[in-house]
Design a protein around this ligand. Structure first.
Ligand code: PBG
Ligand code: ZN
Length: 330
């Protein structure tokens, strides 16, 4: 192998053409999934204060937004719902007439009209938006009950699939939920509905703005008895392995920036479709610094998203998706 001065790494960095030719990773619009929030009512498009550029949409305005998302070439949305009522168990989550279910019917009818390349309608399957205490499962004897959550989560997933969800994404971190959902979907003629599992989901402070957006902050305690300890890496691989064994089609690492190492380890270990969630707190920090004029938002966002690709992500859930899709065209 030659060394300096025969070898000069800078030779291939000289022009943009050369840099393009030797570029190893490319961000593409096909990699993006856009998270959206649907609320009750009509004619609503209300900006979420801690997530500038993101909105609460009612079903009618969500339809228009999703047409714009589709027209940008973004292949998928991740849908979160804010319900009309909450209770201790979160039963409203499986209501066939709930906010998310009504949104899915409208999107199937008005956006995915006879299309062989539909906008993928992925739904977040969790109970924290629907429980009055804000936890991701029912509280029994002061603990977040695992097995009692499974039955309801499976019914929620089926209620989504029945009205047009083309993929479901459990985010609760209960043990056994992927298997429970897979079995229930299979037993009800939805064996072709894929599951994207929030497989390695950490108990993170980066979810702060989302909890305001989804009105899902826990009313007591925190999520550390079900979400992962940020200090652990090997344990995340075990979570991913179990979810794949239970039937997950796509596995996710969440959050993104502080967990890029886990994206790489998951991809290298399992070689399966791997997603990363560039979460609300990561988005809020970029937007706040950009609003101050302290960073170049466009360059920062494209650099970050390309970094996820380099780390091994196949798919990126990001609130920057619409901007990124537009910038990739410019
Ligand atoms: C629900 C859920 C959360 C997020 C996605 N699904 C919040 C949480 O677990 O508290 C976070 C998304 C984000 O911060 O952008 N379980
Ligand atoms: Zn939850």
């Amino acid at each position: 192998m030659p060394a300096f001065p025969q070898l000069r790494m800078r030779r291939l960095r000289k022009t943009e053409t050369l840099r393009r030719m030797v570029r190893e990773n490319h961000l593409h619009v096909d990699d993006l999934i856009y998270p959206l929030f649907v609320v009750p009512g009509s004619g609503v498009k209300r900006e979420i204060s801690s997530m500038p550029g993101c909105y609460h949409f009612s079903v009618d305005t969500l339809v228009e937004e999703c047409k714009a998302v589709r027209d940008l070439g973004i292949p998928a949305i991740m849908l979160f719902g804010i319900p009309e009522r909450k209770d201790a168990a979160g039963t409203e989550a499986a209501n066939p007439e709930g906010t998310v279910q009504r949104a899915l019917r409208a999107l199937s009818r008005e956006v995915n009209t006879a299309s062989d390349a539909p906008l993928e309608l992925i739904t977040d399957v969790c109970l924290c938006e629907y429980t009055d205490h804000g936890h991701c499962g029912p509280v029994i004897n002061g603990e977040i009950a695992n097995d009692a959550a499974l039955e309801l989560l499976a019914r929620v997933a089926l209620s989504h699939a029945r009205v047009g969800a083309t993929m479901v994404a459990p985010s609760d971190m209960m043990d056994g939920r992927v298997a429970a959902i897979r079995t229930h979907l299979d037993n009800n003629n939805f064996s072709n509905t894929p599951i994207m599992s929030y497989a390695a989901k950490y108990a993170s402070a980066y979810y702060g703005p989302f909890r305001e957006a989804a009105d899902s902050a826990p009313q007591f305690g925190d999520r550390r008895s079900y979400q992962m300890d940020p200090a652990n890496g090997d344990e995340a691989l075990e979570e991913v392995r179990l979810d794949l064994e239970e039937g997950a089609d796509i596995v996710m690492v969440k959050p993104g920036l502080a967990y890029m190492d886990m994206v790489r380890r998951v991809k290298d270990t399992f070689h399966r479709p791997t997603a990363v969630y560039n979460v609300s707190g990561e988005y809020a920090m970029v937007k706040a610094a950009a609003a101050q004029g302290w960073i170049d938002e466009r360059r920062i966002v494209l650099e970050t998203l390309t970094g996820f690709k380099r780390a091994g992500a196949d798919l990126i859930l990001t609130y920057h998706a619409k901007d990124a899709a537009q910038w990739l065209k410019d």
